[in-house]
Design a binder for this molecule. Structure first.
Ligand code: GLU
Length: 286
């Protein structure tokens, strides 16, 4: 009887082990039920983050390394999920490919000046917001453009698939919208005089204006005309991961890592770290 029971236990154990082995392919770690697959990926050092590569202070590729506030947020998330942030893989994303990169699994998480909105929420989940920017205009230092009332008939540059490009089309149809795939191309076009203004989030524009190669050449108009809450994008079905990332963001306020992330990047210009309002971390599906 006793032997029979032991044999039965052994058989169950073999079955369970077999099922676990079959349930996951060799490079994807197994996930206990109810837990986000991101946790196992983090513990295995396999997290892939989609980030920007050409936005100073936020997401900038320098050689093979990436730096900026969004990269620091990615590190906080990896650590909070139980991983080693030094093992993060960063993949360059542009505005238009963030949802498809998440949907197809090319990246696990996007931290890339990524505005939370209802259209995008149909395709991906958003933890956050961890920061709120506003759309603004970058112009030449001697430009006469002082706000959106001066952009009719002007060449205004933005990025395909971004909320600022969409807003120009919908709300300022008399502006001549020029679209590129990345903001650095717009900034170069402003520098050479091919366009009259660049439009995107104020925090992104401030980063370009502060770059040494453009010193004294540009100014941010300083009249934001939208609210751009930055979210952390992840798979639509990963509700557990969304809630977990919000918990991590909450903890980052208490343990000081959110402020440290700011101070090490955007805060270097002297701007104090924003207060992260944890009561607004409400974008995960109910
Ligand atoms: N936050 C805006 C967006 O998500 C503009 C910045 C960007 O394109 O990354 O579209």
């Amino acid at each position: 009887m006793r032997i029979k029971r032991l044999a039965a236990i052994a058989a169950v154990a073999v079955l369970a082990f077999g099922a676990a082995a079959c349930g996951s392919d060799s490079d994807t770690p197994a996930t206990p039920s109810g837990e986000s697959p991101l946790v196992a990926k983090a513990k295995a050092g396999q997290l892939k983050f989609g980030v920007k590569a050409d936005q100073p202070g936020l997401g900038l590729q320098a050689g093979s390394a990436y730096e900026g506030f969004d990269i620091e947020i990615a590190k906080i998330i990896a650590k909070g999920l139980g991983g080693d942030a030094a093992k993060n893989t960063y993949v360059t994303t542009v505005s238009a490919n963030r949802e498809p990169f998440i949907q197809t699994g090319q990246v696990d998480i996007v931290v890339a000046t990524y505005t939370i909105n209802d259209d995008r929420k149909k395709k991906v989940n958003f933890a956050g917001p961890y920061y709120t920017a506003g759309q603004d205009l970058l112009v030449k230092a001697d430009s006469t453009i002082t706000g959106t009332d001066g952009i009719d008939g002007k060449k205004v540059c933005s990025v395909t698939g971004s909320t600022p490009a969409k807003r120009i089309k919908e709300q300022f149809p008399k502006a001549q919208l020029q679209e590129f795939d990345a903001y650095s191309k717009c900034v170069e076009a402003l520098n050479t005089g091919t366009v009259d203004a660049v439009t995107t989030d104020d925090i992104i524009l401030a980063g370009y204006a502060a770059q040494s190669q453009y010193a004294g050449k540009f100014k941010v108009v300083g009249k934001p005309f939208s609210s751009e809450p930055y979210g952390i994008g992840l798979k639509l079905e990963d509700k557990a991961g969304c809630n977990k990332i919000n918990e991590i963001l909450k903890a980052s306020v208490t343990d000081g890592s959110y402020k440290a992330a700011w101070d090490a990047t955007l805060g270097k210009s002297g701007t104090a770290a924003p207060t992260l309002d944890v009561s607004k971390l409400t974008n995960c599906p109910a």
